[in-house]
Design a binder for this molecule. Structure first.
Ligand code: GLN
Length: 315
């Protein structure tokens, strides 16, 4: 480790790769894109920040830039709540949720009407709300269950940002509409407010790139816990989450992500994106300015640079 401009620089081989990626994209900070503005806590995040971290399957970690700065993980949480629900319900989960890309924005209502309250996939908002409903049925305290999962995966305490959770609830009109719509079709078992409280809290988890890269480790280890040999999910379940991330994890940009990056990815409007190289490593990039599809602009550029430099891809 070395000190450069007040930041620790990672001089391991993976650290060097990440520093090269950072050097490539950092000059573009502030060039384009815009931070999410639907809640004050996200609107005030300075756009000119960039972090990247990875964790290999054999336990090596590396980071560059703002890799240790916590941010609002938002829709990245959908991967972890899906894992909890798959573990609790097995294939019964799919009775109420599809597995097809939506080709629509993440908060779209249109398909839900024609498809009778069954969301296209677990990564659009409607799908994640349906997953939250299953968690409310399965666990006495689903929010505590989510925190225990995230803290266990990271090996350090993870918390909700209560200000973000409150703002999500205060401004979540479309999510309220999606939940009521599904309830109207008889597709939610629990009270809408209780289900949304879980959904708004999962969006409000605060984590750093380093923590998220580590937490996603079960996806490159065939479902095994990143710290130990216990199975969080079966190999088949972990593969299925990766398949869903590739096809649906970045909404209506999923085709472009597969084309230019070629890794299962999941993004959030806080500017984070996690990516998985099965059997090798998991990584996370973060830069708050988003493109029109709600994906981090420089996060995407960084993943493209990483894939190009390393040749790593699932194809
Ligand atoms: N909290 C956001 C919402 O529900 C999450 C969306 C996202 O990250 N894509 O709209």
């Amino acid at each position: 480790m070395d000190i450069r401009e007040g930041k620790r620089q990672d001089l391991t081989p993976w650290g060097e790769v990440l520093s090269e990626v950072e050097a490539e994209v950092r000059p573009r900070l502030g060039e384009a894109g815009a931070v999410a503005t639907y809640i004050p806590a996200l609107a005030r995040v300075p756009a000119r920040q960039f972090g990247i971290a990875l964790a290999t399957c054999d336990g090596v970690e590396a980071g560059a830039g703002d890799a240790d700065l916590p941010f609002s993980i938002q829709s990245i949480s959908k991967v972890f709540t899906l894992a909890l629900a798959m573990r609790a319900l097995g294939s019964r989960l799919w009775e109420r949720i599809g597995r097809e890309p939506s080709g629509n924005p993440f908060n779209s209502l249109v398909q839900l009407e024609t498809e009778k309250g069954v969301p296209r996939n677990p990564f659009i908002n409607a799908g994640a709300i349906a997953v939250a409903d299953r968690l409310v049925s399965a666990f006495a305290d689903p929010k505590a269950e989510i925190l225990a999962l995230m803290s266990g995966l990271c090996g350090e305490p993870i918390a909700f940002d209560e200000e973000v959770a409150r703002s999500e609830a205060d401004t979540g009109y479309r999510n309220v509409a999606l939940a009521n719509f599904m309830k109207g079709f008889g597709k939610l078992d629990n009270d809408v407010a209780t289900v949304l409280d879980v959904y708004f809290h999962q969006c409000a988890l605060r984590m750093s790139c380093r923590q998220l890269a580590r937490a996603a480790g079960f996806l490159c280890r065939d479902g095994r816990h990143p710290r130990g040999q216990d199975a969080l999910l079966s190999e088949r379940q972990a593969r299925r989450i990766n398949a869903l991330m590739l096809t649906c994890g970045t909404y209506d940009a999923a085709g472009e992500f597969a084309f230019s990056i070629g890794l299962p990815c999941k993004s959030g409007v806080g500017g984070g994106i996690i990516a998985v190289v099965p059997d090798r490593l998991s990584l996370c990039v973060w830069s708050p300015a988003l493109d029109a599809t709600g994906n981090s602009l420089l996060g995407r550029a960084a993943l493209e640079a990483f894939a190009a430099k390393t040749g790593l891809s699932v194809f």
